[in-house]
Design a protein around this ligand. Structure first.
Ligand code: SAM
Length: 289
């Protein structure tokens, strides 16, 4: 079958099945073979890999993944796409399509069943409304993963990669960088999709660390501290942490921990590195005991 990355083929399939794009599912299908080649190469997919694709749509990227990977599990929420996928993936016997909302699937169980618990690769042109929840779920649920290579909104990719003191730096940067090393594979203009989204996109690869780059005594407390620091970006770190409903330290305790972590009293959260957040967390964890 001719590849769906040929826009004419995509149009033909959409007409044949009278498919209606659903905005609520973030349906913008790729129609550019060069971008697909870059994604597959960026993810480093080989025949040894099992790939989880989130949201195959009509199967455009799935066709490429099926050719490059050992096997592919593609999770699609929209039942109207199932008969289409049956046709567009008929040539491949290494793809299984799962009709589900990926956010409600037990992904550890899926990896156990499909790959004997060995690390998989995740590749997706993500529906943008689930970008952060799905990436954080993959990390926080400790799903065995080698890397995640995903198309996201360009500014979200920038936030994932940002370092301290930049406007893009925030809780998402730190959460992603605690678990993985980010690398921008490609920038993708809106004319590579049908229909065109009104923002530009980027492909980002997150290579998961075997162990996080910093050691911290209480991971949950660190992420509460990080969220509190960025919730009130313009405030000093002391005030940000003191005002957080998630934390219950006195101002003196916070000021003391900041000093013991070797930080100036008027520092803002946005200036702290991951290491410094870990150090501050350990100081505050002592008080909590
Ligand atoms: N992979 C295709 C491509 O690149 O052309 C389609 C990508 S499109 C941006 C996102 C896909 O994710 C759509 O097919 C949409 O129906 C599906 N989707 C949206 N929310 C989902 C969810 N919660 N679970 C699984 N699939 C979802």
């Amino acid at each position: 079958m001719e590849k769906l990355s040929n826009p004419q083929k995509t149009i033909e399939i959409i007409k044949k099945y009278e498919f209606c794009f659903q905005k609520k599912f973030g349906q913008n299908f790729l129609i550019d073979g060069h971008v697909l080649d870059k994604i597959i190469a960026g993810a480093g997919v080989t025949k040894d890999d099992m790939v989880l694709e989130i949201g195959p749509g009509i199967g455009t990227m799935t066709q490429y993944l099926a050719e490059a990977a050992g096997s592919v599990a593609a999770v699609e929420i929209d039942r109207n796409l199932l008969p289409i996928l049956e046709e567009t993936l008929a040539d491949y016997d290494n793809v299984s399509v799962i009709h589900a909302d990926v956010l409600s699937l037990d992904l550890n169980q899926l990896v156990q069943e499909k790959n004997g618990g060995r690390p998989i690769k995740v590749v997706a042109n993500l529906p943008y409304y689930i970008t952060t929840p799905i990436i954080m779920a993959l990390f926080e649920q400790h799903v065995p993963i080698a890397n995640i290579t995903v198309m996201v909104q360009k500014e979200v990719a920038a936030r994932m990669k940002a370092g301290p003191g930049t406007k893009d730096y925030g809780a998402l940067s730190l959460a992603v960088q605690y678990y993985a090393e980010p690398y921008i594979v490609a920038n993708v203009p809106c004319n590579c999709f049908m229909p065109r989204p009104n923002v530009d996109s980027a492909v980002i690869r997150l290579t998961k660390y075997d162990t996080p780059p910093v050691a911290v005594k209480d991971e949950t407390l660190m992420f509460k501290i990080i969220r509190a620091s960025f919730n009130q970006r313009r405030k000093t770190l002391v005030n940000g942490l003191y005002n957080s409903p998630e934390l219950s330290f006195t101002k003196e305790q916070i000021a003391d921990a900041i000093a013991k972590a070797g930080l100036p009293p008027s520092i803002r959260g946005e200036a702290l590195t991951l290491e410094q957040f870990a150090e501050l967390t350990d100081r505050l964890a002592e008080i909590q005991k």
